[in-house]
Design a protein around this ligand. Structure first.
Ligand SMILES: Cc1ncc(COP(=O)(O)O)c(C=O)c1O
Length: 483
């Protein structure tokens, strides 16, 4: 078999051939959105169209033709003053946003549960992050929104912070009150940057949460590939005119992206915008209707709980993305990790992710009635795979101590380090990050003092089979500390 000699191609072909029902990104769902709209011819023969900047094909980093026009149209469609196409995901948009508005040594307020690219952005920019604690839903065991008062208090404590960075929606679909946060941030002369990776679809249906740019953010990065029709890794950075130095932003966008951008990816962003402009309302209407149907049926007929608008006004939640199907399996005694496994192995459905209590299924404009019904039937049926042992996973509590920062993460990275036994680590300064799921909040960052209850908590997580991302020893017997 030729594929045996081409392992990556083999792996993606096998997955495509498996016909697993994808409730994960990318939002085009194996190109299904194009078939649904009779547009399958648009992105045919991609390899023939893959090209560099020959005459007639524009340049991403100094656009004058097609790219400039496509970005202009996107800005109009997504309600921004400027839009920049990204071929290194929202990750690159987050780096560029942060670097464009700060200088080394500056303070920036970021959520404690921010995506790792936000922490990386503070490392690249040699910044001092100060953390905004999100509200935790104790039943689902996950972080939800950031309260407006949390931002106000943090700004009181750190009046010298340059900018406030918020993640909204979260991976689970919870939105913070960006409008109110924008107001207090701007009243104090600061900038508001939003990680809206999971909210590209928001501008195209009135039942969805308000988009960050419309709510007053100065910049918002969206992973178009996650919920709309563009190719994996393609994103957009939307900017509001006024407070942002656009030339500086363009400089950093060049710095964090390749000089050989894929025009096929850029074209897929253009196509994603076209589809939403022409058909957005209609295809989102269907997506919202069936996602709500799945949600309501799960809540009425199963022991599980599907996150919905009933949670608005609790745990910092201002709004909920109705298209996101986040299901807490705790009531049925099944762990999220086990639930994901059951859906994959018994029903050939692949969800986006799972944690100890929850699974997250990404529904999108590409899904149809049959896919939603298949997901619903499987979730209603999965109770019979109940395994009492999994219940142990629900009992782990977050540590009580608040991490105390000794030096900023960027500085910790350049210090001399050593590996020591975890038992002996309390009192030392960590040189690594430790992020268990749930709740996806780093309990340790590089540069923070290690406390005993944090070590106990992490050991308990490992004992229960919860993965800790960021640690160098997956078994957590050793930890990297600053010498
Ligand atoms: C909340 C959040 N922000 C940012 C990112 C990074 O986005 P991208 O994969 O487009 O670089 C992700 C990716 O999963 C994410 O979940």
């Amino acid at each position: 078999m030729i594929y045996d000699d081409i392992p990556i191609l083999k792996s993606i072909k096998e997955y495509a051939d498996s016909e697993a029902l994808p409730f994960h990104m990318p939002g085009h769902k194996r190109g299904k959105i194009f078939n649904k709209l009779g547009l399958e011819y648009l992105l045919e023969n991609l390899i023939e169209m893959d090209t560099t900047e020959v005459p007639g094909v524009d340049n991403l980093h100094s656009p004058e033709g097609a790219v400039l026009e496509a970005q202009r149209r996107a800005a109009e469609a997504f309600g921004a003053d400027y839009t920049f196409f990204l071929i290194n995901g929202t990750t690159s948009g987050i780096y560029a946003m942060i670097l464009a508005v700060t200088k080394p040594g500056d303070k920036i307020l970021i959520p404690r549960n921010a995506h790792r690219s936000v922490v990386s952005g503070t490392i690249l920019g040699k910044l001092v992050p100060e953390y905004l604690m999100p509200e935790i839903d104790p039943y689902m065991g996950i972080p939800m929104g950031i309260k407006v008062s949390t931002v106000a208090e943090a700004l009181d404590h750190h009046p010298d912070a340059k900018a406030v960075f918020i993640t909204s929606p979260t991976y689970y679909g919870a939105c913070s009150d960006i409008e109110a946060i924008a107001k207090i941030v701007h009243d104090r002369g600061k900038l508001l940057l939003v990680d809206e990776a999971h909210g590209s679809h928001f501008p195209f249906h009135p039942e969805l949460p308000i988009s960050a740019i419309k709510a007053g953010a100065d910049m918002a990065a969206q992973s178009t590939h996650k919920t709309l029709a563009s190719m994996t890794g393609s994103s957009m950075l939307h900017v509001k005119d006024g407070r942002i130095d656009i030339d500086r932003l363009k400089f950093f966008l060049q710095l964090v992206q390749t000089t050989s951008p894929s025009h096929v990816m850029l074209a897929s962003l253009d196509v994603a915008r076209y589809i939403m402009e022409k058909h957005g309302h209609m295809i989102l209407e269907e997506c919202i209707k069936y996602s709500n149907m799945v949600r309501n049926e799960i809540n009425a007929k199963s022991p599980f709980y599907c996150l919905g608008k009933d949670k608005i006004n609790s745990y910092g939640i201002h709004d909920i993305d109705s298209t996101r199907i986040t299901i807490c399996l705790k009531g049925g005694g099944i762990s999220g990790v086990k639930g994901e496994e059951i859906l994959r192995n018994k029903y050939n459905i692949q969800v986006e992710m799972s944690d100890a209590r929850n699974i997250v299924a990404i529904s999108s404009i590409a899904d149809d009635e049959e896919s939603y019904m298949r997901l619903l039937r499987a979730v209603l049926d999965m109770g019979r795979w109940h395994n009492a042992e999994d219940e142990l996973l629900h009992e782990i509590r977050l540590p009580y101590s608040t991490p105390v920062c000794s030096i900023p993460p960027y500085e910790a990275l350049y210090r001399q380090v050593e590996y020591i036994d975890v038992e002996k680590s309390p009192g030392h300064i960590s040189a690594e990050m430790a992020v268990p799921y749930p709740p996806g909040i780093p309990v340790l960052m590089p540069g923070e003092y290690i406390e005993k209850d944090i070590v106990d908590y992490l050991r308990k997580c490992i004992g229960e089979g919860i993965k800790i991302s960021g640690v160098s020893d997956p078994k957590f017997n050793k930890i990297k500390v600053i010498k």
